[in-house]
Design a protein around this ligand. Structure first.
Ligand SMILES: Cc1cc2nc3c(=O)[nH]c(=O)nc-3n(C[C@H](O)[C@H](O)[C@H](O)COP(=O)(O)O)c2cc1C
Length: 223
């Protein structure tokens, strides 16, 4: 009888230890998961310190840009980032940079070859880190260098993964003669329920001198 009572108490103790241990483990997992998500999103979206409102709600500037230029660079800041920053300064928007999980080669020709292959294969190169929570924004600017007449395929990765229907979406590019390329049409096709507004294409070599042009364009858009 005494043996039975001891066995019963031991079984209860084992069950209690298992339940408490499982709960402790679960709590720790939940805490570490949420802190990882928090860290990723605050890492990649640069929150504006100067949020201005033009009555259109919150604005996000998404851009992809390389520092290598076409002559092997390196530039201090990529051409498209220059324009993204001008838009950010004027609108008080948040900023999100699309970064490639596997960086593009430094040289122009190697990047040109890779970009061409990606286009031919309709590839969706992986983006590094997390995507922004676009549900918070009413207006999203989408900027990139024109690559072979259109957005680089890594921007298409972003567009496929992000639903901007119902929002105002505005393209901008830097380029060497193609203007906006077909970026405006790409956005219209991708998001039939978005309001795609008139974009701006700036010659890459003129990016730094184009603050006035950017401001004028934004004024026309109501910013
Ligand atoms: C792979 C590749 C393809 C390009 N294709 C075009 C093009 O089709 N039309 C054009 O006008 N410029 C083209 N360019 C030039 C870039 O659009 C231009 O240099 C741009 O300002 C680079 O921006 P970034 O410094 O933000 O990367 C191309 C550049 C690269 C690297």
């Amino acid at each position: 009888m005494r043996k039975r009572i001891i066995a019963f108490i031991s079984a209860i103790v084992v069950i209690l230890v298992a339940v408490v241990g499982y709960n402790l483990y679960n709590n720790r997992q939940t805490r570490s998961n949420s802190s990882t998500v928090g860290r990723q999103s605050s890492q990649q979206v640069t929150r504006s310190k100067t949020t201005k409102s033009n009555g259109n709600g919150k604005t996000l500037v998404v851009y992809f840009s390389r520092k290598e230029g076409v002559s092997g660079g390196p530039l201090k800041v990529g051409n498209t980032k220059v324009i993204a920053d001008y838009i950010q300064q004027h609108t008080g928007a948040d900023e999100y940079e699309i970064k490639a999980a596997k960086s593009y080669p430094k040289g122009y020709q190697a990047t040109a070859d890779q970009a061409q292959k990606e286009q031919e294969n309709n590839a969706r190169p992986k983006i590094k880190g997390s995507l922004p929570d676009v549900s918070k924004y009413d207006t999203v600017f989408v900027g990139a260098p024109v690559w072979w007449g259109e957005y680089p395929m890594i921007v298409r990765t972003f567009l496929d993964a992000t639903d901007l229907n119902g929002k105002t979406v505005i393209p901008f590019t830097t380029h060497m003669g193609s203007g906006l390329g077909n970026t405006q049409e790409q956005l219209e096709k991708q998001y039939p329920k978005a309001k795609v507004r008139k974009g701006l294409g700036v010659e890459g070599t003129e990016a730094k001198n184009s603050k006035g042009t950017v401001d004028k364009w934004l004024n026309k858009l109501g910013y």
